[in-house]
Design a protein around this ligand. Structure first.
Ligand code: MEV
Length: 438
């Protein structure tokens, strides 16, 4: 049985590795060698990564790929994507190329509002609390001025503070529901600092608010934190083309294909089991760009799925229709993204990703990411309603299987050729590999 360790974070990196490999691996020398192989040879880059988190022992690589030929609002982009799933970049590139010759993608910002809340308990007269809130509101703002000054200079800051009674959900529960404009920053630190300042001022001023009784003065702040649910920080991305231009396969007319696409999207709108997988495909594209640009994919995921359920049932984030012989396909997705602050200025590859994208503002990045999600969904649903998903997926996954089997370069080339004409399933690849070795 392993024993708990004291003061692990104080150990040097080598000491941590020694302890870990001795206690938790079968072959410590081999494990150590592997951890070392993933260190960066550039000491400065390694130190940067070591300091991103606590207890770093090595780096965890993801492929950083490029999906070129994305025409978005008349501008051509090559989109960086960090993702491990074999078929994602290929699918994005294919969708980009398809829409390149059909007018490209259009994308529009529908809102950029960020949200934060101070959750507190108050037992007393609600009318008195409302009155207190009106009196204290200017102070909440003025006492946060050292935090908001720079953001205000650039045109952002606190947009609105509202008192919300939530006692119907939980006795004595109220909120300060606050909205912010954080411009090119994702804004988590800014918002949380503002909220903590509001909470402090609110509590302090309650102590000296004359109409309150002793009990009413004792406001209990439970927590002050931004909300990752941002239903008003939303971007729309869309494509359209005449149904006649929609030919993708010899087996199906362009109208049949357009109608099948619409039907598939409509199934995801009404059937949550399908909607989750449908939206997962969208997030394949979204997360890959969010990661490559150093943004917080957990925040983006949480917001996207909450938004997908905003009308009371979990539903598709994309929509499709045929109107006047035109096929329309679009997405509306909340994306609280930043292009300054956080990892964006620290991680050299994130810097490069931003340069590749033409140093976008956060609004431009929202547009690019929404397009990546829409393109990914288009590629997935197109495969699903035509060839089925496995054909393309297995083509891309073939190399992973061959690598797992330990195929050499010559064997890989032979088998890649073989599976151009044959259906690749896991067992078919293993069988063909074994036959080749025999
Ligand atoms: C696989 O990562 C994503 C898909 O399942 C998405 C979909 O079904 O729409 C292909």
């Amino acid at each position: 049985m392993n024993k708990p360790v004291e003061g692990f974070s104080k150990l040097t990196k080598d000491q941590k590795i020694d302890w870990l490999t001795a206690n938790y691996t079968q072959d410590p020398d081999n494990a150590k060698a592997l951890l070392h192989r993933y260190w960066n040879t550039d000491a400065k880059i390694q130190q940067l990564h070591d300091e991103f988190i606590e207890n770093t022992i090595t780096n965890y690589y993801l492929p950083f790929g490029i999906a070129p030929n994305f025409l978005i609002n008349e501008k051509l982009y090559a989109i960086p994507m960090a993702i491990e799933e074999s078929s994602v970049v290929a699918a994005a590139s294919k969708a980009a190329k398809f829409w390149l010759s059909r007018g490209g993608f259009k994308s529009t910002i529908l809102g950029t509002e960020k949200i934060g809340q101070v959750h507190f308990m108050y037992s007393g007269d609600t009318a008195k609390l409302k009155n207190f809130f009106e009196v204290v509101k200017p102070k909440l703002i003025s006492e946060a001025s050292s935090i908001t000054r720079n953001m205000e200079k650039r045109g952002g800051g606190i947009s609105h503070i509202e008192l919300r009674e939530q006692t119907q959900k939980m006795p004595n529960y109220y909120q300060l529901h606050c909205t912010f404009e954080t411009l090119d920053a994702m804004g988590a630190n800014f918002i949380n600092s503002c909220l903590e300042s509001f909470a402090k001022t609110f509590k302090k001023e309650a102590q000296i608010f004359a109409p309150f009784t002793e009990e009413e003065r004792n406001i209990e702040v439970v927590m002050s934190i931004l909300s990752n649910y941002v239903p008003n920080c939303v971007v729309k991305a869309e494509v359209s083309c005449s149904v006649d231009e929609f030919k993708v396969s010899e087996q199906m007319s362009s109208r049949q294909f357009a109608e099948k696409m619409v039907r598939a999207v409509n199934i995801a709108k009404i059937e949550p089991y399908r909607a989750v997988t449908h939206n997962k495909g969208i997030m394949n594209g979204v997360d890959a760009v969010v990661l490559a640009t150093g943004n917080d994919f957990r925040a983006i995921e949480a917001a996207a799925h909450a938004y997908a359920a905003k009308d009371g049932a979990y539903s598709s984030l994309t929509h499709a229709k045929i109107e006047d012989d035109t096929f329309y396909f679009w997405i509306e997705i909340p994306l609280a993204l930043g292009t300054v602050g956080g990892l964006t200025s620290l991680h050299p590859l994130v810097n490069l990703a931003m340069e590749i994208l033409g140093k976008p503002t956060s609004k431009e990045l929202m547009q690019i990411v929404a397009v990546a999600g829409l393109a990914q969904n288009f590629a997935a649903v197109r495969s699903l309603v035509t060839t089925g998903i496995q054909e393309g997926h297995m083509k891309m996954h073939l190399l992973n299987i061959l690598n797992q089997l330990g195929a050499n370069e010559a064997e890989k080339n032979t088998l890649i050729d073989h599976f151009k004409k044959n259906t690749a399933t896991h067992s078919a690849v293993v069988e063909a590999f074994q036959k080749l070795r025999e």
